[in-house]
Design a binder for this molecule. Structure first.
Ligand code: MLT
Length: 302
């Protein structure tokens, strides 16, 4: 019998795939495999018999990669399995950054008892007027599974899309619309576009990449979306850019205290991949990879 421990609630669509040769256990010390979503594993004592960790998601910054590799534990993730969910929310966030949606909703809640609501609505329509994304320039930083899908969807919405990724894979390149302009320098992208969305992993090279200098290169009134990782953006630089109007809207999926207190930021509690479909896709891919490895030593991480 092989024991598998779930550190998060992984969709049953995934764990149902486990054959009779496996048993889910609450006892971590017996686990040959760990299934995890976003739970931080850095302080966890890894069981002696552990052979594989499967992350039901793309980012692996919650996993102690070096420690795992020292112990010969293989780590899998599920690239692409939640890409559609993230793409759809990013497209929604483009609208949030362009139209007075958040302000309008807050205004309606606050004005429910206004006896002259029709007149007040006329005023609010002007106060919260927005802009359209049609024909605007979108810069996509990182053209992996998610970035490529966002780029294509934005092309379909009539945006003029620019992509930057020094490591773009052949697969992502083939899947991308020929209308996407590729730029080789991040600075050029930052100077050119009106909207930005970042889709890169949080690694040494990328942490803090959106800093004071990067913000200063953007056009006045830029809109910046972060559905990748909080550490990619320097919070002080972004707060100053919002304050000065350099950045018109910062929409982020990472509810850290700093960003939740940031004036003008629109913050979501990490909802990008939180759909039933994405959770099922990720769980199924993670479980299949885990079984392939434990049974046949196969490492499939496409
Ligand atoms: C990811 O990296 O794919 C997301 O963080 C997934 C999640 O929400 O768990």
């Amino acid at each position: 019998m092989r024991y598998i421990h779930c550190l998060n609630n992984i969709s049953a669509k995934g764990t149902d795939l486990l054959t009779d040769a496996y048993e889910l256990t609450d006892d971590l010390s017996r686990a040959e495999g760990i299934l995890v979503r976003s739970a931080a594993m850095h302080d966890l004592e890894l069981p002696k018999c552990l052979r594989a960790v499967a992350r039901a998601g793309a980012g692996v910054n919650n996993i102690p990669l070096e420690h795992c590799s020292q112990k010969g534990v293989v780590v899998f993730n599920t690239p692409g399995a939640n890409a559609n969910a993230v793409k759809e929310l990013v497209i929604g966030a483009l609208m949030l950054g362009s139209r007075g949606i958040v302000e309008g909703i807050e205004w309606c809640r606050a004005n429910a008892d206004d006896p002259n609501i029709a007149k007040a609505v006329e005023k609010a329509k002007k106060q919260f007027a927005g802009r359209e994304i049609l024909g605007k320039k979108l810069g996509v930083i990182g053209l992996g599974a998610i970035g490529a899908q966002v780029a294509n969807a934005a092309v379909d919405l009539g945006m003029d899309v620019y992509g930057y990724d020094p490591y773009v894979s052949l697969g992502a390149a083939w899947s991308m619309s020929s209308a996407v302009h590729h730029v080789t320098e991040l600075d050029e992208l930052l100077r050119t576009c009106d909207y930005f969305t970042i889709h890169v992993p949080a690694v040494e090279e990328t942490i803090g990449m959106i800093d004071e200098r990067a913000c200063s290169l953007m056009k006045d009134g830029a809109v910046f979306l972060n559905f990748s990782r909080d550490t990619l953006v320097d919070n002080d630089a972004m707060a100053a850019a919002l304050e000065s109007g350099k950045v018109h809207a910062y929409i982020t999926d990472f509810a850290t205290p700093e960003v939740m207190r940031m004036k003008g930021a629109v913050v979501l509690p990490h909802l990008g991949a939180s759909t039933e479909e994405a959770e099922e896709n990720c769980a199924m891919m993670a479980v299949r990879q885990m079984m392939d490895y434990l049974e046949r030593g196969a490492i499939v991480n496409s």
